[in-house]
Design a protein around this ligand. Structure first.
Ligand code: PLP
Length: 408
């Protein structure tokens, strides 16, 4: 059986976690701080805060920006539910837009959706290919006359909506750590970029996430970093590490914050992952995708994914193959036939309007023809470091046989 996406855990990972366990410090501490510094250097930004998931990290961003009831956040119909769920958590409304042929958010659809209630735009780098983030930032700037900031909002002494004066661009980069736009790593394009280090992602800490700050002046990255740390620790003015200094026991609570800090055990895994990311992990992932391309690109029955286009380079997170002529039920039958050949595949993603909750909110899949056309024909193939060339060939054979079996 070929699994879909097991994490890369080897002696080096185990040793790093063991060292952290034996160090006497297992919650947020020196390893987390080191991980944050290294992530910031990698992304080319001043500050990154590491937290316990993409979901909690990005939900904090919506709360920090003061997004709530009456506000709208634009998200693509084609994404994982987390992107829209966090909008529901803060009481705002996710406004769905369709995607382009490369699975990323359609900037023209975003422009049409912007109105005075729009507080945030959340593009998603599906499969690792960056969305058109610089263009979306430009659209947010051009539409700033429509932006209507909340007047009575105060966060750490100032009003972030008044300060920015336009919709916030929060990038869902859960798939795209290490992807590039115009030669620069993802993280330095959107106002804030959210990464996921969940077990199936390119770079993992078992569970985890991070925010890269790239807000324009007069936002101060140090102040943002401090504030998000405080938000992630109950609004407490000192973290556990700061309180260990002799006599430094007293703390205050500035507001009723949340609890979503990263532990040093997670950061220990992340530091190993980061160390070998560019020259090893990404190299292998690219080679696997190239091998799939060589097998599928010239076969007219398939549409292969885009890994680089117009200055954007993917992190090769998913291999999102599409079977040109398949209807949804046939795609499902093809997946069954692949499973009988001992290969695990997946579908990324079921568009939001097809999920009971979002359907119940009145979203209709017929309004998102591209999302449906992509979803109904899509099959994601295994991509992970330990997948061998021979296994890649096995996957290719299983997929081609399954398609012949179902479509004739
Ligand atoms: C994995 C994923 C998330 C959520 O990440 P967590 O770290 O599990 O919270 C969000 N968006 C997309 C597109 C994802 O694939």
């Amino acid at each position: 059986m070929i699994p879909f996406s097991p994490p890369r855990i080897d002696d080096r990972t185990v040793k790093a976690v063991e060292e952290a366990l034996r160090s006497g410090w297992i919650t947020t501490g020196p390893r987390t701080k080191e991980f944050e510094r290294r992530l910031a250097a990698y992304c080319g930004v001043d500050r990154v805060v590491a937290l316990n998931s993409w979901t909690n990290a990005c939900e904090l961003v919506l709360r920090w920006f003061g997004i709530g009831p009456g506000d709208e956040v634009i998200v693509p119909a084609y994404t994982y539910c987390a992107t829209a769920n966090i909008v529901m958590h803060v009481g705002a409304k996710p406004v769905l837009v369709d995607v382009l042929d490369d699975f990323t958010m359609d900037p023209d659809a975003v422009r049409r959706a912007i109105n005075p209630r729009t507080k945030c735009i959340m593009p998603v780098d599906i499969g690792g290919l960056p969305a058109r983030v610089p263009e979306l930032v430009r659209i947010a700037e051009e539409c700033s006359p429509l932006f209507t900031p909340a007047v009575n909002l105060r966060v750490a002494g100032s009003n972030p909506q008044m300060r920015l004066g336009r919709a916030l661009v929060l990038s869902d980069a859960a798939h795209s750590f290490g992807a590039r736009i115009d030669g620069r790593a993802v993280g330095a394009q959107a106002d804030i970029t959210g990464f996921s280090f969940h077990a199936v992602k390119n770079l993992t800490t078992a569970e985890g996430g991070a925010l890269a700050f790239h807000l324009p002046e007069p936002f101060d990255p140090e102040e943002l970093y401090r504030h998000f740390n405080t938000m992630s620790l109950h609004g407490q003015s000192k973290d556990a590490l700061a309180k260990t200094r002799p006599g430094a026991w007293r703390y205050d609570v500035e507001f009723p914050g949340w609890k979503c800090n990263m532990t040093d055990l997670q950061a220990a895994i992340g530091l190993v992952e980061l160390d070998r990311y560019d020259h090893d992990t990404l190299v292998r992932r690219r080679a696997i995708c190239d091998r799939y391309d060589a097998a599928f690109a010239a076969d007219g029955r398939f549409l292969v994914p885009t890994f680089s286009d117009g200055g954007r380079t993917s992190s090769h997170h998913l291999y999102m193959l599409r079977v040109r002529e398949a209807e949804e039920a046939q795609r499902d039958a093809i997946i069954d036939a692949i499973a009988r050949r001992e290969v695990s595949v997946n579908v990324h993603f079921i568009p939001l309007p097809l999920l009971s909750f979002y359907k119940g909110q009145g979203h209709r899949i017929s309004d998102f023809p591209n999302a449906y056309a992509h979803y109904s024909r899509e099959i994601s193939l295994p991509v992970y470091y330990d997948l061998t060339d021979q296994q890649v060939d096995q996957v290719v054979d299983a997929v081609k046989e399954a398609v012949s079996e179902v479509l004739g």
